[in-house]
Design a protein around this ligand. Structure first.
Ligand code: NI
Length: 189
């Protein structure tokens, strides 16, 4: 099934997601569909709220950015109930985008050294120290599970400057070149 990406303004992106259990119906298919939606929209990560489900599930394939960020080479991760521990509080600022915020990118400060504990799609436990841009992707996606978006990490001034663009997404004036679900009440163009 082709999953649409839910866009900024949809309340599902602002809700806190529930832990996932192994008996969740159709989990394997859902994971496969999320990877397909991520590849179709040329993202490197996708969190379940972005396909309209408030469950603690994330898919990441960071390999496409490996040329700029070698730590991302071959890193394909399915994260179930992920938990992040910050290992080094120093923040680095880099540009980020999000499939739920089409046409936008902003500089976002984040820590670059984390410890990540998660379950894979077979509910096998993992525990790994992760750095660099991969740590950034993980934090961005895990934010989605808390109802947070990268624009929550930018300055008020920057947010004011992009208010018009954000509003265009909410109201359905932004064109999206992948299957997308607009906020309720959006006038899709
Ligand atoms: Ni995102």
């Amino acid at each position: 099934m082709k999953l649409p990406v839910y866009l900024y303004g949809h309340p599902v992106l602002r809700a806190i997601s529930e832990p996932l259990t192994a008996d969740y119906p159709g989990l394997k298919e859902l994971v496969a569909d999320m990877y397909a939606a991520m590849y179709e929209s040329e993202g490197v990560g996708l969190a379940a709220p972005q396909i309209g489900r408030n469950i603690r599930l994330v898919v990441i394939d960071a390999d496409p950015v490996a040329e700029s960020f070698p730590e991302c080479a071959g890193r394909k991760l399915t994260l179930i109930n992920p938990e992040i521990e910050i290992l080094d509080g120093d923040k680095v600022t880099r540009s980020e985008g999000c499939l739920s915020l089409p046409g936008l990118s902003e500089n976002v400060p984040r820590v670059e050294h984390i410890r990540l504990r998660w379950l894979d799609e077979d509910f096998k436990e993992h525990d790994e120290e992760i750095s660099g841009f991969l740590a950034r992707i993980v934090q961005h996606e895990c934010d989605h599970l808390e109802g947070k978006l990268y624009i929550d990490h930018i300055s008020n001034i920057r947010r004011q400057l992009i208010r018009g663009k954000l509003n265009n997404i909410v109201t359905g004036r932004t064109r999206v070149d992948y299957p997308a679900k607009y906020a309720p009440g959006a006038k899709r163009r």
